[in-house]
Design a protein around this ligand. Structure first.
Ligand SMILES: Cc1ncc(COP(=O)(O)O)c(C=O)c1O
Length: 439
């Protein structure tokens, strides 16, 4: 049974905390609350274990690969999903054993695979035939049997989410297509090569608020596993249904409770497997739903400007000291966020005004369009954007040569510390080389 919508579970800063952090570390500033993050992981782990004992949760570091957060996820009992050598290096540097990580990626370079193998990766999720051949070349001696390989499947499911974060449909660059026979061919090839085929993986999409796609993804991967057992006497030890559970960017986003979601996944996979004799370890690799709601971004208002607008008569722009380079999601996906003035705090009933928050970049850079902020908002006020723990710092850039923001962690005892520094100007220039004749 699906329960009623979940309450607002997002972390937010108080006025005093926002002022203290902004004064200590400057703005824009990413802030993550450690207790909130640990609680999210514990809730997810408990929900999944209660639904199915042989379960495993991997933290998808693509959502936020800050070293301290990767370590916290590992400490809480997650394994670590890395999608590149860079993310793997972060996990290793955080002290996570290679064996507790698995490597994704749709076009892994031979050197990347070699690095993973040399550092004892737990398993590799193969995405294409080319990777199977690289593995054949690299897995010599005992490594061939001890290294686990998982095949990423494209189950042919179209989720109800933004096209840029749907990954499980048939027309996708990711994985081996089930419907066109590629997934079966990859299974046969892996068995022929004598690889340790550990199981199958699928990830249908991200920010899923309607779990239907995830349910059918789970069913399809399970049916495929049965098919491979019947046709090729191969019994999968492991099935992973990816990540995808959504978060509340705004109050319109009502994700399922983790407990309902985990029950639904387990039900979809295990009822399909019933009677097949396949009893896999069941994996999920959430990113956004673990770290998204634990983070906020604090900006300082620098400019207020009201201009004539054909569309709405007049528009007030609130320019903040960050933008596209620290949060590209509004530009990439048209993402909406909850934005609040945090200092000075809103006391009692305060009139609000529709404004557009823009960034500092040489783009239209409308970060948050037509949102409500207090009518007495002024230059120097602090605003916080909720739910920026996932795919914000991880996707940040130096566009316009702005320094990427620092990230502060509020510890469980209420103290705070920096877990990622703001870029220094030296770092900003360090990669550029001026040929001698130009210097
Ligand atoms: C293969 C894979 N696993 C896990 C994730 C994490 O998804 P989410 O952050 O939506 O939970 C993604 C996101 O793109 C992915 O591609």
């Amino acid at each position: 049974m699906i329960s009623s919508p979940v309450p607002d579970t997002r972390f937010r800063l108080s006025e005093s905390a926002a002022i203290e952090l902004a004064t200590a570390y400057g703005t824009p500033l990413y802030v993550v609350d450690e207790k909130h993050f640990r609680d999210r992981i514990r809730t997810y782990l408990t929900a999944f274990r209660n639904a199915y004992a042989r379960s495993e949760i991997s933290f998808a570091t693509k959502a936020n690969s800050t070293m301290a957060l990767v370590k916290i996820a590992y400490q809480e009992g997650c394994t670590i999903d890395v999608a590149s050598e860079g993310e793997f290096r972060v996990a290793l540097a955080a002290g996570v054993p290679g064996a507790k990580c698995h490597l994704h990626g749709n076009n892994k370079h031979r050197d990347e695979i070699k690095f993973a193998l040399d550092n004892g990766i737990g398993h590799i999720v193969a995405d294409c035939f080319e990777e199977l051949e690289i593995l054949d070349e690299l897995l010599v001696g005992d490594l061939r049997k001890s290294t686990k390989i998982v095949l990423r499947l494209a189950p042919g499911v179209d989720p109800a989410t933004h096209a840029k974060i749907s990954t499980g449909q048939a027309d996708t660059k990711f994985g081996f297509n089930i419907a066109d026979g590629s997934a079966e061919k990859a299974t046969i090839r892996s068995l022929q090569l004598g690889l340790h085929l550990y199981g199958f993986h699928c990830h249908v999409g991200s920010q899923l608020l309607d779990p239907e796609a995830q349910r059918s993804g789970g069913e399809l991967i399970a049916r495929f596993a049965i098919d491979m057992k019947e046709k090729h006497a191969y019994s999968a030890e492991y099935l992973n249904v990816g990540g995808g559970l959504g978060v509340s960017y705004t109050s319109k986003d009502q994700p399922m409770a983790m407990s309902d979601y985990c029950r639904l996944i387990v039900e979809a996979v295990m009822s399909s497997l019933e009677g097949s004799g396949i009893e896999p370890v069941l994996g999920q690799e959430p990113g956004r739903s673990l770290i998204g709601e634990s983070g906020v971004t604090v900006y300082r208002v620098g400019v207020l400007k009201t201009v004539p607008s054909k569309a709405v008569g007049s528009r007030t722009y609130v320019a903040v000291d960050g933008g596209l380079s620290d949060n590209p999601r509004p530009a990439l996906y048209g993402s909406k966020y909850t934005v609040e003035r945090v200092a000075p705090a809103v006391v009692g009933e305060v009139e609000s005004k529709t404004v557009t928050v823009s960034g500092k970049h040489c783009e239209t850079d409308k970060l948050f369009e037509d949102i409500e902020l207090p009518a007495d908002l002024k230059v120097g006020d602090l605003i916080q954007v909720l739910c920026t723990g996932a795919y914000n710092s991880a996707m940040a850039s130096n566009y316009n040569r702005y320094q990427r923001p620092a990230m502060a962690l509020i510890r469980e005892d209420g103290t705070h510390t920096i877990i990622q520094r703001r870029d220094s100007w030296e770092e900003m220039l360090a990669r550029d080389i001026l040929p001698t004749d130009l210097s």
